[in-house]
Write a protein that binds this ligand. Structure first.
Ligand SMILES: Cc1cc2nc3c(=O)[nH]c(=O)nc-3n(C[C@H](O)[C@H](O)[C@H](O)COP(=O)(O)OP(=O)(O)OC[C@H]3O[C@@H](n4cnc5c(N)ncnc54)[C@H](O)[C@@H]3O)c2cc1C
Length: 186
């Protein structure tokens, strides 16, 4: 089956991505690794009017330890980045053990942890790990103002359990540009 018709935008900055998403409203979807969204669209389980491909947005592929003891993971940090991460092994060993178990190398090279959380598939490995570790998940309630490099301004923090509303249903109106997990909790 082919996906239904949609508009495709590939913004080159975070501001542009956020304003494009805001303009698209409820009918816009972020494309990160595309490993879940594209199959859903091909089956027409998802039929967004607008796809906002964030892969050209610079500066979202990070994962780093913050001075406050959290590990912050950007929206374009791939499963494979986490699988190979020395930082993850030392700061968050539970997540480090989970990373190589996700799918296969091809999926891990494209798929992202943030996309996996937003997808909220009950079979998704990261959601289970994140819920088990019970960190806060940081998301922007005001999408035009989030800054993933210094994400503490205009960022609301909701609990991991609060983030997942239902099967395939994560927190409404959330454009998640990073995820924060406690370091050393594994
Ligand atoms: C063959 C195959 C096997 C797989 N096996 C496993 C497995 O064993 N374990 C496992 O956990 N997963 C598995 N997956 C899923 C894979 O891990 C996906 O990469 C992941 O679920 C989604 O990440 P993504 O970056 O590809 O997201 P996408 O497919 O790009 O997006 C998924 C959803 O999240 C939304 N989204 C993505 N990023 C953002 C953002 N920054 N802000 C707001 N919304 C966002 C999208 O709009 C979409 O609704 C498999 C996938 C495939 C194709």
């Amino acid at each position: 089956m082919y996906p239904s018709r949609f508009r495709y935008e590939a913004p080159r900055s975070l501001d542009e991505a956020i304003s494009t998403l805001r303009d698209g409203g409820d009918y816009a979807k972020v494309l990160a690794g595309g490993q879940s969204l594209v199959p859903m669209m091909k089956l027409r389980f998802a039929s967004p009017d607008l796809i906002v491909d964030i892969n050209n947005v610079p500066g979202l592929d990070y994962h780093r330890a913050e001075p406050d003891g959290t590990l912050r993971i950007g929206a374009l940090c791939r499963h494979a980045d986490l699988e190979r991460s020395g930082l993850l092994k030392t700061t968050q060993p539970t997540m480090a053990s989970a990373a190589p178990l996700i799918a296969d190398p091809i999926v891990r090279n494209r798929g992202t942890l943030v996309g996996s959380l937003c997808h909220a598939d009950p079979q998704g490995d990261w959601a289970s790990v994140v819920l088990a570790l019970a960190p806060p998940i940081s998301t922007n309630t005001s999408p035009c103002t989030i800054n993933p490099i210094t994400p503490n301004s205009n960022v609301a923090t909701i609990s991991g359990t609060g983030f997942f509303l239902n099967l395939f249903h994560a927190h409404a109106n959330a454009s998640l540009m990073s995820n924060a997990c406690p370091c050393g909790g594994g």
